[in-house]
Design a protein around this ligand. Sequence first.
Ligand code: HEM
Length: 504
Amino acid sequence: MFVYLPTLITFICGLYLYFTRGFDFWKIRNVKGPNPIPFFGNYIDVFFRRKHIGVLYHDIYKQYPDEKVVGLFRMMPPTLLIRDLDIVKQVLIKDFESFPDRGVYYSKQKLGTNLFHADVEVMKALRKHLTAVFTSNKFKTNFDMLVNRAEQFSEYMGRINQANGEVNMLPVMRKYGADSIMMAAFGLDLKPYDDTNPICDVLDEGIQKPSYFTELELLFPGSLTKFDLSIFPDKITQYFKGIIEAGATLRVTEKSEKNRAIDVMMVLKRQGAVNASKKGDGENEAVVEITDELLAAQAFIFFFAGYGNNSLLTSYALYYLAKNPEKQDILIQEIDEVLLKHDGKFSYEALKEMKYVGMVFEETLRLHPLTNAVVRNAARDVQLEGTDIIIPKNTILAISPYSFQHDEKYFPEPEKFKPERFSAENVRELHPCAMLSFGLGPRSCLGSKFAQLQFSICIVKILLKYRVECTKNTPETLSYTPMRLLLTPNERINLRLVSRDKSY
Ligand code: HEM
């Protein structure tokens, strides 16, 4: 026993020295930050799921009001939280080539090459082919389909309301989110309004409840790739591979009228490889081989982004509309007036005239950006603008949209729901980089326009039929659970639907 004690003490001291050996990294560079602890750096609360990482970043943002950047540590690797919008602009837009990736990697065979997590070569090769699928030239084609799905959804929602006297919004909204993106991207009908069909819950469970591999990658970057592990379960990989295999039987042609994500993917599959250069003839550009795994990863990210964000955003919006009935009145009045002008027909042109719907979309996204952090990895040593700080290659930089969007400097009375901030006149006064819910620059969200369409159609269809009201079970305030990837409420958003009896 006495012989082993000194060995044990030496071992513990050795471990301590090993795990703390880089903790003077930010001090040497005159960057302030909270004290890290051995093994967990500054992320112990995230590791043990006591705090969502988005909440951790916001707490740190508030603790250092006078700093442009705050120095942090994952287990040992240094990470920088950015608090200054000029540096945000440098990292995301001006100096994009120095920060092209997010620096989160996991098994390429198991969804790791999706556009969000892929390295810049794959992103450049694929993004130009897939962007068109989710931008405005597709809107008219998608419009009627989305209206049809939203109608089915609002009837389903009405049935739940009738049965329970109120609706727990998030699980119900997930069905519309999943259904609309599956139809728009892959032409697949999930049949989500049949309550005996568990598909939406099964997919949600597999995708949004993070495995502990997420924390492993956070603390030990690179470990998942080394062991070919994924942050998502195998059944999710198999499900999206199944969609690609089914797509191969569609026999879509290059001139396919539909031009959905699945059609474009099948064209790429037949091509076999794509080039990262715009014209397809760049000599030094990477050639990316198109495999089923690569396409399954893209199908996965479209579904994840399309159902997860939408269901949260619509639930949050209905919550604020119920809590601010005077804003709901303005919205309902606009919807009724525009439709009256269009003879009761809800068309793409009519939606474009509903400016307040767009303002509600922006204001809800400001209050709840859904994304915990916009992240970039330095590809080389870079000096940060307006500072003498040189950050070395492979430093992770984190930007908290929630923090900027709740900072009084950029948005006065930040906790108040005021869609008018986003009127055409007021938007000109906003800092061009302060709204970060879709990120910025060449790697900003590829589906933002589609997201707005998906949201707006659903909100209009619900408010044509119902008003939303608070019940005794509606939470006074909302907080975020550490158990989900996106910024998801701990509380149930229970609301009552009151029929408006509108005929169109
Ligand atoms: C309200 C809904 C949505 C929100 C809040 C959202 C937010 C974001 C954010 C913050 C990023 C990272 C941006 C950056 O790092 O600069 C992102 C990237 C991305 N989003 Fe979205 N998103 C939404 C909907 C969608 C939809 C509907 C799709 C597609 C169907 C989509 C596809 C993507 C893809 C593929 C990327 C990665 C782009 C790249 O790295 O090149 N998103 N999104």
